[in-house]
Structure formats: structure tokens, C-alpha cells
Ligand binder design. Structure first.
Ligand SMILES: NC(=O)c1ccc[n+]([C@@H]2O[C@H](COP(=O)([O-])OP(=O)(O)OC[C@H]3O[C@@H](n4cnc5c(N)ncnc54)[C@H](OP(=O)(O)O)[C@@H]3O)[C@@H](O)[C@H]2O)c1
Length: 234
């Protein structure tokens, strides 16, 4: 953080550049996680959290150009882009940024996939509290994981708001859309990779109504990934 350069974008948005760094690994899971999480690396959200938004739920998703977030076979090699965009910026130190996320929320299917990957690569979300939304009695593999089966409005208003400031909903599409429909999500960070997958799980198939957004920022990376950062208008 010593090379932090903050630039005032607007009254509620401070954009910062973190020092360049290595991710510490280059495994397939590493790429998966980086792609899941790196779009935040260019912003220091705790500024927003502390100064403007005392509580924020951000939906973070990585998709192909055709809007797909998961292949039918659930393979994740498509996260490893081989593209190079000359004018793009380098990816930054994701781990430094991840310290600012104080709670993850995910759907049951995303959890099951994360569990599957964890047998080979370890648990992706560290010790940060992670709430899994499900109707089922799913296995809990770490003390930081909590299973939640109730109403989502109650989850946010009575459980999350009192304890956390920077909550990331890390998928999948089913749960993200529920949060949008219920007006529980504040922001979307969508990272589009330079690939057309052709089939799989769509992020937005049918939301069922029109939702206006405010584009807060766009960032293009050397990897060819483009991150779009939106505020969800309420
Ligand atoms: N590209 C990316 O950035 C990204 C990010 C995350 C995940 N993914 C991928 O996306 C896929 C999963 O996404 P998905 O959209 O199919 O599923 P999902 O949103 O991860 O999970 C949906 C499931 O969560 C449970 N659930 C959802 N809302 C609930 C509620 N209100 N109350 C109780 N339970 C609720 C239900 O499971 P039960 O009824 O069985 O409990 C539901 O079937 C995986 O392949 C994953 O790897 C990709």
C-alpha cells in the first residue's frame, strides 16, 4: 500500500492503484480465484465503505463475452486467457485487496464447486466469514463457513449489516439474481474475458424485469479482461 495513489473520481468513489505484486501461485485454481476476485484490485473499497457506503453488497462475477459464468462440465481452464492487450493495465496484488472483503456470500452450487476445487488446491476464501445459502444440510469444512437457509432480506438486515461492511456475493447466477430482484445488492463488478464459450450457465438469462445501472468505472487489463463496475440503481 506504500505506493498508493488515490484519485478522486467523484464524491463517493476513490480509485486507487495498488503496488504491483505476484499472486504467489500460478495454479489453475490460482487463476480461477484471481479471475473471481481480481477486478477489485484497482480500487480500495474500504474507502467507499468507510466514507460513503457503510455497508455494501457487491456481486462479483467473471463471464465470457457471451455472458456465460460456468461451462457445462464446470471446468475452469477458460479463466486462463492467452490474450494480450497492449493498452491494458497489469493485474495487481489481489491478496492485499482481499483483506478489505469482510464476508463472502455464495449459493449452494458455487459452494459445492469451491469444495471440489478445495480438495486439490485448498479453500479459496481463507478465514474470511463465508455464508452459504442453501435449502440443504451441506457439509461445513471450516469454522469460517456458515450455512444459511432462511429469508435473504433477514440475512442481510439482521445478520450481515450489523457485522460487516464490504460483503461480496461471489456467485453464482441464481443467488446473484435473487439479490438483485430483492434490491439487496448495491454493486456489480463484471469481468468479461476474451472468449466466447457458446454454452453453459448464463449470468443473466431472464431477470424478469428491467434494472437500470450506473456505470462507475471500466478497466481493461493486459490479459484482455475488461472489468465493468456498476452501481445498481434503487
Ligand atoms: N464465473 C464466475 O465468476 C462464477 C462465480 C461463482 C460461481 N460460478 C459457477 O457458477 C455455477 C453455480 O452457479 P448457479 O447460478 O448455478 O448456482 P448458485 O447461485 O451458486 O447456487 C444456487 C443454489 O443456491 C441455493 N439457493 C439459492 N437461493 C436460495 C435461497 N434464497 N434460499 C436457500 N437456498 C438458495 C439453491 O440450492 P439448494 O436448493 O440445493 O440449497 C440453489 O439451487 C458453478 O458452476 C460455479 O462454479 C462462476
Amino acid at each position: 500500500m506504500d505506493a498508493l495513489v488515490a484519485e478522486l473520481v467523484d464524491a463517493q468513489d476513490l480509485k486507487s492503484c495498488l503496488p504491483k505484486g505476484e499472486y504467489g501461485f500460478d495454479s489453475r485454481l490460482g487463476h480461477y480465484l484471481i479471475h473471481l476476485l481480481k477486478p477489485a484490485t484497482l480500487r480500495v473499497l474500504w474507502f467507499n465503505a468507510e466514507m460513503a457506503h457503510p455497508f455494501t453488497i457487491t456481486i462479483h462475477m467473471v463471464s465470457s463475452l457471451d455472458g456465460i459464468i460456468a461451462k457445462k462440465d464446470n471446468s475452469v481452464s477458460w479463466f486462463e486467457t492467452s490474450d494480450y492487450y497492449e493498452k491494458g493495465i497489469d493485474e495487481q496484488d489481489v491478496w492485499e485487496f482481499l483483506k478489505t472483503v469482510d464476508c463472502y456470500v455464495m449459493g449452494a452450487l458455487t459452494y459445492e464447486h469451491a469444495l471440489e476445487l478445495s480438495t486439490s488446491y485448498g479453500w479459496a476464501y481463507g478465514d474470511t466469514p463465508t455464508i452459504v445459502v442453501t435449502h440443504r444440510d451441506l457439509a461445513v469444512i471450516r469454522p469460517s463457513i456458515e450455512i444459511y437457509s432462511g429469508d435473504l432480506v433477514t440475512l442481510v438486515n439482521e445478520r450481515l449489516k450489523s457485522k460487516y461492511k464490504n460483503v461480496w456475493l461471489v456467485g453464482g447466477a441464481i443467488l446473484a439474481k435473487e439479490f438483485i430482484r430483492l434490491k439487496l445488492a448495491d454493486e456489480i463488478r463484471l469481468s468479461v474475458l476474451p472468449i466466447i464459450l457458446g454454452e453453459g450457465t448464463l449470468f443473466f438469462d431472464q431477470l424478469g424485469y428491467e434494472q437500470t445501472l450506473h456505470l462507475k468505472d471500466v478497466t481493461a487489463y493486459k490479459s484482455g479482461m475488461v472489468e465493468m463496475y456498476y452501481e445498481i440503481k434503487k
